[in-house]
Design a protein around this ligand. Structure first.
Ligand code: ZN
Ligand code: MN
Length: 475
């Protein structure tokens, strides 16, 4: 029998708010254990939570960006379970009335655009962290306790592992464009659980699903789902039944293993948190969040292509990340040349970033300086070859392009007299080649150009060199 894969994802996205969701503690990652804590996030008796306004605003932004319906009234609920890293014995989350519902995210896994529908986006808090790798004991760090999360739940609309990772990458791109999360998977700012099942091709009904946890990279999401598909297929083809359960992905072994039986919503005894008032989103907030939405990648790419006259492919590459798109636009503003700026950003800049494992945000060469370099090329002051040298010098922090060109005397020679003098000397020094050229070996033009450029240390205006050479050779 042929089976079809059905995947739905639950993504937890950590918000980059200054303070936690329900107290004033810092939400910063990487501080010494148990230093960002207070009575509220330690769950001391009598401490009362107050919802951080920024969390609501971020949820509304993400909801608007994904076409969700924003609830004017939503409710924070207690999700009760016991775990050592959860001192209250419940997680504050949303259950019956989430803040956002019924949106969609458009993905392209290589076969054209597809809409993945969203069931809901809700607000919740993170738990603390158990640390198992110090000696024999287990330690608890509660710095993360109460850090705000948005949980984004999709419909089971994905059909391949590639689609699942494309969807996750799209979620990451959206939260980064919105500026509400750093989207860093390694540091756990973006965590993803996958619900996976198989059904016979053509069937309407879903098969029994398993939930995979602990996939901390896009590659792992694909690998874990691929593994799980094969496991289901083998069981089904052997006449067995799938047990509904939660399974842990082990990246080192490349396999999933059973973690616990599947829990159901009623196991958590959800109820509205009596310590918290309902979340109200009024028209004023909606309008304000709408006005704060950035221009999204698709729209920006289309605008780049028309406004700056660059190929759609380039425009798409340049808008994958908001910071890169900003960098490009600033470069164009200074250089006044869209196509050249796109070539430099997609060429030298992206190559350097890749070689040095850098993010564009960490790149030391400012777009103002790159734009200045491109202006010098456009104005005929330096050639492309010299520009690459100047680019390297700028990377080493040696100042602006104009300063370097001035200091090192790199300006292009466009003085025809000087060029003619050099060319005449070269022709005189190479009578054999000259005769061969005039005898029909016109390919030797390249040889003469090369000689001239090397004698003038790459600084001769190449167009003039060509013109003068042709005139002399044909004489
Ligand atoms: Zn606190
Ligand atoms: Mn959750």
């Amino acid at each position: 029998m042929k089976y079809e894969l059905v995947v739905g994802l639950e993504v937890h996205c950590q918000l980059n708010t200054v303070s936690k969701a329900f107290c004033g503690c810092s939400a910063l990652f990487g501080k010494p254990a148990n230093t960002n804590v207070c009575p509220v996030c330690l769950a001391l008796p009598g401490a009362l939570p107050v919802l951080n306004r920024r969390v609501v605003e971020d949820a509304v932004k993400l909801g608007l960006a994904t076409g969700c319906t924003i609830a004017p009234h939503s409710v924070l609920a207690r999700k009760n379970y016991f775990y050592p890293d959860l001192p209250k014995g419940y997680q504050i989350s949303q259950f019956e009335e989430p803040i956002c519902s019924e949106g969609s995210i458009s993905i392209d896994a290589g076969e054209g655009a597809r809409e993945i529908r969203l069931i809901r986006i809700h607000i919740e808090e993170d738990a603390g962290k158990s640390i198992h790798d110090i000696g024999e004991e287990t330690y608890i760090d509660l710095n993360r306790s109460g850090v705000p999360l948005l949980e984004i739940v999709s419909y089971p609309d994905m059909r391949t592992p590639r689609e699942a990772s494309a969807y996750l990458q799209k979620v990451r791109q959206i939260v980064k464009y919105l500026g509400i999360s750093d989207g860093n998977m390694e540091e756990g700012s973006l965590r993803c659980d996958a619900n996976v099942s198989l059904r016979p091709v053509g069937a309407e009904e879903y098969g029994t699903r398993t939930e995979i946890k602990n996939m901390n990279s896009f590659k792992n999401v694909e690998k874990a789902i691929e593994y799980e598909v094969e496991r289901h297929r083998e069981i089904l083809e052997g006449g067995g039944v799938i047990v509904q359960e939660t399974r842990l992905w082990d990246a080192d072994k490349g396999e999933t293993r059973s973690m616990r039986g599947k829990e159901f919503a009623h196991d958590y005894r959800y109820f509205p948190d009596p310590d918290l008032v309902p979340v109200i989103v009024d028209q004023e907030m909606l309008d304000r969040m709408l006005s704060e939405l950035p221009e999204f990648p698709e729209a920006r790419a289309t605008r780049f292509a028309t406004e700056y006259g660059i190929p759609v492919y380039d425009a798409n590459v340049l808008t994958v990340e908001r910071e890169l798109a900003d960098y490009f636009e600033e470069t164009v503003r200074v250089s006044g040349d869209g196509k050249a700026s796109s070539n430099w950003v997609m060429g030298e800049v992206m190559r350097t970033l890749k070689e040095r494992y850098l993010d564009i945000a960490e790149f030391s060469l400012t777009p103002e300086r790159l734009g200045g370099l491109i202006r010098l090329i456009g104005g005929g002051v330096i050639s492309n070859t010299i520009a690459k040298e100047v680019f390297e010098l700028m990377l080493q922090g040696e100042g602006s392009a104009a300063d370097i060109v001035e200091r090192d005397g790199l300006a292009q020679v466009s003085d025809s007299g000087a060029i003619e003098k050099v060319i005449d000397a070269i022709l005189e020094a190479n009578p054999g080649q000259l005769a061969a050229y005039r005898g029909g070996k016109t390919k030797l033009l390249g040889f003469f150009v090369g000689q001239c450029m090397s004698q003038m240390k790459g600084k001769a205006n190449p167009q003039m060199v060509n013109e003068v050479l042709l005139k002399r050779l044909e004489a």
